[in-house]
Design a protein around this ligand. Structure first.
Ligand code: SF4
Length: 329
């Protein structure tokens, strides 16, 4: 990665201590996010994408979820060493997060104006006409028509696309440096999805915002991301620039995900599906966690987890099939 990193995640481990065992939801994840860059985190449900993001803002569901190790360097200082008060100042002001369902982020009992105003009151201490002006500005930024009227309305009076844009206005109100978007367009139809992604990219270009987009949709990755990290069973198994990953998916899991995408212009009776199920994260052994589903698994794969190697400039993966410079995270 050539850009100056604004965020460095190093060997992050987040576990859930349940009655039925320890779930290693995130187990040794490392990556950097550059200024103005968009990183896509992809993988099947339950692979640790969202939990790794909740770990960044220290909102892992407690008491079961615990960040047991690693470093999260934001502007050079470790977020895992900050006090709760310091994290309260960082969340929303410097690092913001959009969740997948806008209705869970908006309170049905408060007006749109009150909800967009809240982070501005808390973090920037705005009030009176200055606050109203800023709320109007944010609603304009996210293309809400007639913001003066919409400010007085409630979430149920908006369409799904408008609600998601309003959530965008709320999380961008304080001009954060990093936006984490967890499946931000899942509840939107395809046209609105494209509009929302375009809007995020426009805002990113004007404000040098860095973004992490969590998704299982490679279409979103292709449209919005500069680099992609593919996660499986709590680990990043491959990471590369978006074009490089689409052209040369080297890890058998990434290749299988790519193969399962529908192809434009090709008639397919059945889409390809990866055999088997993701592993139980409580009972992982020492080998490669994809081995039970991997058509190319070898003896060593079942015994030892492959080291992370760099096979090309910025293209890293963990697989015994590929040799390269071993990276120590
Ligand atoms: Fe498949 Fe072995 Fe590579 Fe794992 S390390 S993805 S099992 S070939």
């Amino acid at each position: 990665m050539k850009m100056k990193p604004i965020l460095e995640v190093k060997n992050l481990r987040t576990y859930f201590y349940t009655r039925r065992g320890v779930v290693k939801a995130v187990d040794g994840v490392s990556y950097e996010l550059g200024e103005g860059e968009t990183l896509g985190l992809v993988g099947e449900s339950g692979c640790g994408k969202s939990i790794s993001c909740f770990s960044i803002i220290r909102l892992v569901p407690a008491p079961a979820g615990v960040i047991v190790g690693g470093e999260i360097l934001f502007g050079g200082s470790d977020l895992l060493l900050k006090s709760e008060e310091e994290m309260d100042r960082i969340r929303g002001a410097e690092i913001s997060m959009i969740l997948q369902d806008p209705m869970t982020s908006l309170n049905p009992l408060f007006t749109i104006g009150d909800q967009v105003a809240e982070p501005l009151q808390i973090h920037q201490k705005l009030k009176g006409e200055g606050l109203r002006e800023k709320v109007r500005e944010m609603l304009n930024l996210v293309r809400i028509p007639s913001p003066e009227v919409r400010m007085k309305e409630y979430p149920h009076q908006m369409s799904g696309g408008m609600r998601q844009r309003i959530v965008g206005g709320m999380v961008l109100a304080c001009r954060p440096k990093i936006l984490i978007a967890d499946e931000p367009t899942t509840s939107l139809d395809v046209t609105i999805q494209a509009q929302f992604l375009r809007l995020l990219k426009e805002i990113q270009h004007t404000s040098n915002l860095s973004m992490i987009i969590v998704t299982h949709d490679f279409g979103i990755v292709a449209k919005a991301c500069d680099r992609v990290a593919v996660m499986y069973a709590g680990k990043i198994v491959e990471m590369a620039g978006t074009v490089e990953l689409f052209d040369n998916p080297e890890h058998p899991y990434t290749a299988a995900l790519m193969k399962s995408l529908p192809k434009a212009g090709m008639r397919q009776n059945r889409l390809y599906a990866i055999e088997g199920q993701p592993p139980d994260l409580r009972t992982l052994d020492s080998g490669c966690s994809f081995a039970p589903r991997c058509p190319r698994a070898m003896e060593i794969c079942r015994k030892e987890y492959p080291p992370r190697v760099e096979i090309n400039d910025g293209h890293t993966l963990s697989c015994w099939l590929r040799k390269g410079e071993v990276l120590n995270d």
